[in-house]
Design a binder for this molecule. Structure first.
Ligand code: AMP
Ligand code: GLY
Length: 431
């Protein structure tokens, strides 16, 4: 059966990039993005829906007779959107709630990694009743550790600590004061690693993995990796230290495939994008985390480099027939620079008018995230990360020059953008 109509669930720059990549190879496709943003509305139909209301998403997919549902955000996967759609007989690219556990519980992820022999930081987990054991491990590490809330904490539940006092304070906040609510009733304490970080996406049908070109995001708000953490202020692909076939094959064989095998063996096969957050330590690759979704803003630089039809890969994963291997990538690099709204990553101002997007070069992409359109078409800021200008080039330097040259044509009041996306990062940037 051909794929005529696709529903992409989510609202960010990632979803705009997913939509764009599907249409690139299948221009006739009817695409719905729910709820979408000011950018997806120009290439697809936006439909308002609560992405964590699994029944509502599945109903929308059934009513609109879609052939495939693609899940963007982890919250939708964790809420059981894939389960609800599958129950209605609709093909889905995205994990069941049970498989998405690899992201929604750090303890579960660590258990899977240990059992499957996937390289990761040494760790101990527990709740308030295990405080003695946790503190003993903190002492063993001389306080150089990372304290992580077990559950989903809006990306804020990870505390990097340099000494015992800091680590004990982090444990107090998490377990005592319940700073992250129920998500932090249990914690993982793990050894502090150092090295550059890399994100690698493996697209899986539950059995095979198709690995995409590696990427690196820049999480801090200010140049030089300073200031508070954000959802990501820009990204590059591939990072020069993670571009070799050898590296991609190693990650596929020692990280992605064993995780997919382990989840299948546990009776919860993972269909979707398995995102490995890696650190390149002096002792080799270590997994910091798994996510059950595409990264944002990494997707915005990975997909423009993909050299095979994206929609076909998504469909093959959903049907259980994706060919294992490394997906072909263009011999080029991509750089994406995020423009964020005034106030980000704190309380953001909304409603500023965005101009200049129509002046971008034809082959430079503006992936929208927090944007919305007035009924007269005026584009306004509507969220923290507003848009991501992505350019490709022969190498990272060339792509960066084009991305910044084009970003300079875009304007909205209060716009914040880093000026150093794609310049070499210092090892072990802190979160
Ligand atoms: P996570 O959500 O587990 O990836 O953690 C978020 C960020 O915390 C990572 O991107 C790293 O920058 C940092 N981090 C996590 N685990 C470690 C670790 N074991 N050592 C050093 N930094 C870490
Ligand atoms: N860019 C980091 C993430 O998507 O989690």
């Amino acid at each position: 059966m051909g794929i005529r109509r696709v529903l992409i669930v989510g609202t960010g720059g990632r979803e705009h990039a997913l939509a764009w990549a599907c249409l690139r190879d299948a221009p006739e496709l009817e695409l719905i993005v729910a709820p979408g943003n000011g950018g997806t509305g120009t290439i697809a139909e936006n439909v308002a829906v609560d992405v964590t209301d699994a029944a509502a998403v599945a109903r929308l997919a059934a009513e609109r007779d879609v052939d495939l549902v693609v899940i963007g955000p982890d919250a939708a996967a964790a809420a059981g959107v894939a389960d609800a759609c599958t129950a209605r007989g609709i093909l889905v690219f995205g994990p069941t709630a049970a498989a998405a556990h690899i992201e929604s519980s750090k303890i579960f992820a660590k258990q899977v990694m240990d059992a499957a022999g996937i390289p990761t930081a040494r760790w101990v987990a527990g709740d308030a009743a295990d405080r003695k054991r946790l503190s003993a491990f903190v002492a063993e590490l001389a306080g150089r550790c990372v304290v992580k809330a077990d559950g989903l904490a809006l990306g804020k539940g990870v505390m990097v600590c340099d000494d015992v006092a800091e680590a004990e304070h982090a444990l107090d906040e998490c377990l005592g004061e319940l700073r992250f609510g129920d998500a932090g009733r249990q914690v993982v304490v793990e050894e502090l690693l150092s090295g550059p970080e890399v994100s690698v996406f493996g697209l899986s049908d539950g059995r095979n993995v198709r690995t995409l070109v590696p990427a690196r995001d820049h999480k801090r708000i200010f140049d030089g990796d300073r200031g508070p953490n954000t959802g990501g202020m820009g990204s590059i692909a591939p990072p020069v230290d993670a571009a070799s076939d050898r590296f991609i094959n190693e990650v596929t064989q020692t990280v992605l495939a064993p995780c997919i095998d382990a989840l299948r063996a546990r009776g919860t096969p993972f269909v979707g994008c398995l995102y490995a957050g890696l650190m390149l330590t002096p002792d080799g690759v270590r997994v910091l985390e798994f996510n059950a979704r595409f990264g944002d803003p990494e997707t915005q630089v990975v997909l423009p480099l993909l050299d095979e039809p994206f929609l076909d890969v998504l469909v093959a994963c959903a049907r259980g027939e994706v060919p294992a291997g490394v997906a072909p990538a263009k011999p080029a690099a991509a750089v994406g620079v995020v423009a964020a709204a005034a106030g980000y990553p704190g309380d953001v101002r909304r409603g500023d008018v965005i101009t200049g997007i129509e002046a971008l070069d034809d082959d430079v992409y503006c992936f929208h995230a927090g944007t919305a359109r007035d009924t007269d078409g005026t584009l306004r800021t509507a969220g923290g990360r507003v848009l991501c200008v992505t350019a490709t080039g022969a190498d990272v330097d060339a792509a960066r020059a084009r991305a910044y040259g084009n970003l300079a044509r875009v304007h909205f009041d209060g716009m914040q953008a880093r000026t150093d996306i794609g310049r070499p990062v210092t090892a072990g940037a802190r979160s």
